[in-house]
Each structure stands twice: as structure tokens, then as C-alpha cells.
Design a protein around this ligand. Structure first.
Ligand code: ADP
Ligand code: MG
Length: 241
């Protein structure tokens, strides 16, 4: 076993959740979704989040991304205690630190690919938003689709646009919620390859929700949820030696 080195002692935490509880819904339909959940993710680590449908994967992602506030517990992300922020503070936090890719792409239909990718950069006050957006689209192989609207692109092209948008602000953390769920297998694999390549190149922390076991096992770590609780936390590469 390696001796402890200064760098291993100072491994930077990217995400730290302590005893997080969250219920959603009102009255009789109120559901206790996340239950006393504690989880730490190091900077640059990739984590596959798996578990049955309804186990709380998307909700956990929303909490980590600052889109949903827990009822109790601590949530530190990119060095900030995000439970302290109001809505505006959370929006600024997301703009600075976080990129998110959803299953259903969430592109703005009235905007071209270039405009969709430029939006978060413009919101961050970047004077070179359009140049950077074009470069980001070229990096995902969409240099020839800059002026296409979402409806004029294939599902794979739309998801590559969404990935370019998520990466355009150079986020410390990329969250992806079943990003290939609406895509054919081969096209999905291409998106995932791109995502891992960008993650490695930029040292981005990646949290990937997926149903696909093989896909999850490409991550440094696989965390399994059941009924809002972590029931397994393993490192696939170490398991096979
Ligand atoms: P997963 O992504 O693992 O499929 P979710 O995080 O989407 O699970 O949902 C976990 C559970 O919480 C499910 O039972 C779901 O129906 C419930 N749920 C999610 N959002 C809400 C909400 N806004 N109100 C009430 N229940 C919700
Ligand atoms: Mg989900």
C-alpha cells in the first residue's frame, strides 16, 4: 500500500453531502425521497449513480446541482455551502460551477445550436460568448450545425449541443441524468465517449445517472441507491484488480 503523500492528504472534495433528508409533494402525496444520505466525491472523480427507477437518483442529482434544496443536512459543492443560498444565489452558483445534461436535452427550440450554447456564457457576462460557443460546438463535432434549430437536428446532435452548452462555462462539475436514455445505443456511446474525453481533458468531476451497468462501470466509482439510501459504493477498476 502506498504511503500517504501530501497530495493524497489534501485530495480536494468536490461534493460533500452530510445526513441529507428530502421529502417532496404535499399532504398525502408527500414522499420521503432522500434518507439520511451521506456522500463525498473528490474533485476530478467520475461517479456512476445507479439504482431502480424511483430510488431517488434524479432527486439526489438535483440536490447536488443546487436545483433542489434538502429539508435538512449539509451540502457542500465546489467549496460552497449551497444550503445557505437563496434562489438568486443558487442560480449564480450553478452558472459558475455546474453543467447539467438531461435525458430530454432541454434545448430552447426557438434558438439555434450556437445561440443555445452561447446563452449560459452570455448570462455569465462573457464578452466572447459566441466565439466560445462556436469552439465548444466544433469540439463535439457540430461545427457544421451552428445555425440549425433543435428541430432540424437528430437526437444525437441535440444531445451533443446540450453537452457543449453544459461544458461551455468550463464547469468544475458535470451532472448528467440518463443522458443517453433517448438515443440509439451507438449514438449514445458516442456521446458518452465525448463526455468522458472532456472530463479527463479538463479534470472535471462527473456524476452520471444511468440504467446501464456497463456505462456506470466506466466511472471511477459506482454508487447504488435504493429507496433514497446508498446501498453500495464500489470502485469497479479496483474490483477487477
Ligand atoms: P429516480 O431518478 O431514481 O427514478 P426520482 O429521484 O426521480 O427517482 O424520484 C424518487 C421518488 O420521488 C419517486 O418515487 C418519485 O415518484 C418521487 N418524486 C419525485 N419528485 C417528486 C415530487 N416533486 N413530488 C412528489 N414525489 C416526487
Ligand atoms: Mg431519474
Amino acid at each position: 500500500m502506498d504511503a500517504l503523500t501530501p497530495s493524497s492528504l489534501t485530495t480536494r472534495r468536490s461534493i460533500s453531502l452530510q445526513h441529507v433528508d428530502l421529502s417532496l409533494g404535499r399532504g398525502a402525496s408527500r414522499v420521503h425521497i432522500l434518507k439520511d444520505l451521506t456522500l463525498s466525491i473528490a474533485a476530478g472523480e467520475s461517479v456512476g449513480l445507479v439504482g431502480p427507477s424511483g430510488s431517488g437518483k434524479s432527486t439526489l442529482l438535483m440536490v447536488m446541482a443546487g436545483l433542489e434544496r434538502p429539508d435538512s443536512g449539509a451540502v457542500m459543492v465546489a467549496g460552497e455551502d449551497i444550503t445557505r443560498f437563496d434562489e438568486d444565489g443558487l442560480a449564480r452558483f450553478r452558472g459558475r460551477h455546474v453543467g447539467i445534461v438531461f435525458q430530454s436535452f432541454h434545448l430552447i427550440p426557438t434558438m439555434t445550436a450556437l445561440e443555445n450554447v452561447a446563452v449560459p456564457l452570455e448570462l455569465a457576462g462573457d464578452g466572447e460568448a459566441f466565439d466560445k460557443a462556436a469552439a465548444e460546438l466544433e469540439a463535439v463535432g457540430l461545427g457544421s450545425r451552428l445555425n440549425h434549430y433543435p428541430a432540424q437536428m437528430s437526437g444525437g446532435e441535440q444531445q451533443r449541443t446540450a453537452l457543449a452548452r453544459a461544458l461551455s462555462v468550463r464547469p468544475e462539475i458535470l451532472f448528467a441524468d440518463e443522458p443517453t436514455g433517448n438515443l440509439d445505443e451507438g449514438i449514445g456511446r458516442h456521446i458518452i465517449d465525448l463526455m468522458f474525453a472532456k472530463q479527463a481533458e479538463r479534470g472535471t468531476t462527473l456524476v452520471l445517472v444511468t440504467h446501464d451497468r456497463g456505462l456506470a462501470e466506466r466511472c471511477d466509482r459506482v454508487v447504488r441507491l435504493r429507496s433514497g439510501t446508498i446501498v453500495e459504493d464500489v470502485r469497479p477498476a479496483e474490483r477487477v484488480g
